[in-house]
Every structure is written in structure tokens, then in C-alpha cells.
Design a protein around this ligand. Structure first.
Ligand SMILES: NC(=O)c1ccc[n+]([C@@H]2O[C@H](COP(=O)([O-])OP(=O)(O)OC[C@H]3O[C@@H](n4cnc5c(N)ncnc54)[C@H](O)[C@@H]3O)[C@@H](O)[C@H]2O)c1
Ligand SMILES: [Fe+2]
Length: 386
């Protein structure tokens, strides 16, 4: 079987990497950059620092700080207007997965006609967009290295997953120092998102020889560093380990795939506005228990990488320890049950769960799962995670 592997052409990694923006944009030949970020990055002063660096180096900046968490097609439209009125020739993103995904969609829409919804799915974007440089501040979605963007289609209330190599950034500046300010709950949620990327990339029916080592190293690094990063925000080695895990996990799932956890997680985000990392975290133990029988050896390898069992444990014992270990990790990180998440309520859930299961299946992600679920299975699993 042949497989294809695509990542950004330049990754600058390590403490201080975010200060390389001027040099890297110079290499691209950018003169006028659209700077895509969110309100917090502006109010915290972080966006201002990078913008000043660019302007001092003679690169004009049009600031677009209108990205909302879990960005929408309206955010993309507004950003595109700012790109045009600033007569920009490149896009820079600073922030978490939301800012980076919005910037990816804006960049492709500078060269492709609307509506954005026609690019939902796999390999649908005809032309490359404006060059994109990204600076992640969470660890993380891995969006800085993926050919994926997730944008909410407001008319259909669906989180659209788009995967296309034209969504890849050209340059990613991966600087763990920017994650030192993440509060504990954000650290936990995006950290379990990272773990889910590693696990799903490894157990996916689309896993490859190139993605397997990246996925397992992602899982190992999360097991080693997430709790320390959560309990000691200024623990630099732990923050560095989590940033590396996020990058490796992104490279892995972007070239393998995500699976049922992500498939079921996006509709929770669309209906109840639960943050992406949290909606993955609440599902991970339940969906893992459902899926193990489809790839017992692979899940056992995950359990070993997380040091939840010794090298000699049987696949069956390792699988049980994995489910238990994931549930205990959630408890230690104070991840609530699905029914306890902010904004989630029972009546709305009962009304929406049929559409949520249909939207999950329509995304294509559940079909990559070791056990491919029917709609009834998905409805039952939402109930089990409640
Ligand atoms: N494209 C991909 O490959 C991919 C993968 C997974 C998830 N996603 C998407 O990414 C989005 C979620 O991104 P996210 O989880 O990184 O969060 P986010 O970008 O939505 O940010 C959440 C909040 O945290 C704040 N924040 C960001 N960095 C911070 C820091 N260093 N210190 C303090 N606060 C900070 C932001 O300002 C925001 O208010 C979702 O839309 C999800 O669907 C994309
Ligand atoms: Fe994710």
C-alpha cells in the first residue's frame, strides 16, 4: 500500500522560535501581512509584540483579531475582507487552533472562489492560497503542522472538517515559551486533544509506517509531561515536552487520520459550544473501550507507550489498563463527564443526539476507527459518556 506524507516545509522549533517571524517572512518575500489572532492575544500584549517586530522590519500589518474560539465561516469572511483591504500578500497566525484554522481558511480563500463549504471533506481545494506563517500558543491542536482546518458552517450548524495539502502552513514557529501562560483547564483540555491525536493516528485504519513512530512518541510525551504541565504551569521541560507532543501528534494524524473520538467530538462542539479539547477528553475513555476489540495489539502498544503496563502484559490486560488509565487521567485533570460540561443540558441533548450521530458519521472520521460504529452505537456511546 502506498501512502503520502505532507508537513510544512519549514519548522522552527524551540524557546524563542517565535522571534524568527521577520526572518522567515523575509525569506518568503512578504511585504504586507494579514495578522490573524483573537481578542485575548491582543489584550495580553502578545500580538502587539510580534506586530511591532514586523513593522520595524518594514512589513506592513493589517490586524484581524476577530477569531472566536471554534471559528466560523463569518470569521473567515471578515478576515478575507481585511486581507483584501490591506492589499496583503501573506497571512500570519498567532494563537491556538482557532486562530490558526481561521488563518488557513482565509489563506485558501484568497485564491479560491466561495462558498467555503464546498471545500468540506478531503482534497477539495483546487489552488494554493497566500503563504501562511503560524505561531501556535497552545499545546495543542497540532494545527501548525496539519493540512486540516475545522470551521463552523453557521447556516447548517456543522463543524466542517477540511483536509487538503493547500491548507498546510508554509512555516511554523513552534515556541513552547508561548504556552507557559496557559491556565490549568486549557492545559488539560488541549493536552488530552494532543493525546487523542496520537492514539487515533496510531489505531486508525489509515495509519502508515511514517506516522506510527510520530504517534507513539506523541503518546509517550503526553504521559510523561501533561500532569506536570497542568500542576506546575511554569515547568519548562514539561511545557516543552507537551509542545513537541502536539507537533508530533499533528504530523501523525494529518497524514494518518483521526477517528471516532474526533468524529463524535465535533457535533458536541457545534451544538453545545464545548471547547474541542474538552469534548474529546470526555469521550476518550468510553470510545477507547468500544474500539479496542478492532485493534487489540495496537491499543496494547499505546498502553505500553504510556507506561500503564509492563512490556510483558497481554493485549487484553493492557487494553483494560488503558481504558482505566485514561479515565483516571481525566479524573486527575478534573475533566468533567459529558453531562457536566458547561452549556450541555439533557433536554437539548435528547433533541440533538440523532443529528449529532448523523453529523459524526458524515464527517468520515468514524469510518477510520478500528471498530466502525453504526448510528445507534454512536448514540449509545454519547449516553455512556454522559
Ligand atoms: N486544524 C487542526 O488540525 C485541528 C486539530 C485539532 C483541533 N482543531 C481546532 O482547534 C480549535 C481549538 O483550538 P485550541 O484548543 O488551541 O484553543 P483556541 O484557539 O480556541 O483558544 C482557546 C482560548 O485560549 C486562549 N489562549 C490561547 N493560547 C493561550 C495561552 N498561551 N495562554 C492563555 N490563553 C491562551 C485563546 O485566546 C482562547 O481564548 C477548535 O476549533 C478545533 O476544532 C484543529
Ligand atoms: Fe483534535
Amino acid at each position: 500500500m502506498i501512502s503520502q506524507f505532507e508537513v510544512p516545509s519549514t519548522l522552527v522549533v524551540g524557546a524563542g522560535a517565535s522571534r524568527e517571524a521577520v526572518a522567515q517572512l523575509g525569506r518568503i518575500g512578504a511585504r504586507r501581512a494579514l495578522f490573524v489572532t483573537d481578542a485575548f492575544m491582543v489584550s495580553s500584549g502578545r500580538a502587539g509584540g510580534v506586530v511591532r517586530d514586523l513593522e520595524r522590519a518594514g512589513i506592513a500589518v493589517a490586524l484581524f483579531a476577530g477569531v472566536q474560539p471554534d471559528p466560523t465561516d463569518a470569521n473567515v469572511r471578515d478576515g478575507l475582507l481585511a486581507f483584501a483591504s490591506g492589499n496583503c500578500d501573506a497571512v500570519v497566525a498567532l494563537g491556538g487552533g482557532s486562530s490558526i484554522d481561521a488563518a488557513k481558511a482565509i489563506a485558501i480563500m484568497t485564491a479560491n472562489s466561495g462558498p467555503l463549504s464546498q471545500y468540506q471533506g478531503y482534497h477539495k481545494v483546487p489552488r494554493a492560497g497566500a503563504p501562511l506563517l503560524v505561531i501556535p500558543t497552545t499545546a495543542g491542536t497540532g494545527s501548525e503542522v496539519t493540512k486540516v482546518a475545522v470551521i463552523t458552517d453557521t447556516a447548517r450548524n456543522v463543524k466542517m472538517m477540511m483536509l487538503d495539502r493547500h491548507l498546510l502552513p508554509l512555516v511554523a514557529l513552534i515556541d513552547y515559551e508561548l504556552t507557559l501562560s496557559m491556565p490549568a483547564s486549557l492545559t488539560a483540555h488541549v493536552g488530552v486533544d494532543t493525546l487523542t491525536h496520537g492514539i487515533e493516528a496510531y489505531v486508525s485504519r489509515k495509519s502508515t509506517a511514517l506516522t506510527d513512530p510520530l504517534a507513539l512518541e506523541c503518546v509517550r510525551l503526553v504521559a510523561e509531561n501533561l500532569e506536570a504541565a497542568w500542576s506546575e504551569p511554569s515547568n519548562r521541560p514539561a511545557r516543552e515536552g507537551m509542545m513537541l507532543a502536539a507537533t508530533l501528534g499533528g504530523m501523525a494524524f494529518s497524514n494518518s487520520s483521526v477517528a471516532l473520538v474526533h468524529g463524535m467530538s465535533r457535533p458536541i462542539g457545534a451544538v453545545f459550544h464545548v471547547p474541542h479539547g474538552l469534548s474529546n477528553a470526555v469521550l476518550l475513555p468510553t470510545v477507547t473501550r468500544f474500539s479496542i476489540s478492532g485493534a487489540p495489539e495496537r491499543y496494547a502498544t499505546v498502553a505500553r507507550a504510556m507506561r500503564l503496563c509492563g512490556p510483558d502484559a497481554s493485549a487484553e490486560a493492557a487494553g483494560a489498563l488503558l481504558v482505566d488509565g485514561l479515565a483516571r487521567l481525566n479524573a486527575r485533570l478534573k475533566v468533567p463527564r459529558l453531562g457536566e460540561c458547561p452549556g450541555v443540558e439533557r433536554a437539548g441533548f435528547e433533541t440533538a443526539v440523532g443529528k449529532m450521530a448523523a453529523d459524526a458519521l458524515a464527517s468520515g472520521s468514524p469510518q477510520n476507527n478500528p471498530v466502525v460504529p453504526a448510528a445507534e452505537d454512536i448514540i449509545r456511546l454519547y449516553g455512556e459518556a454522559w
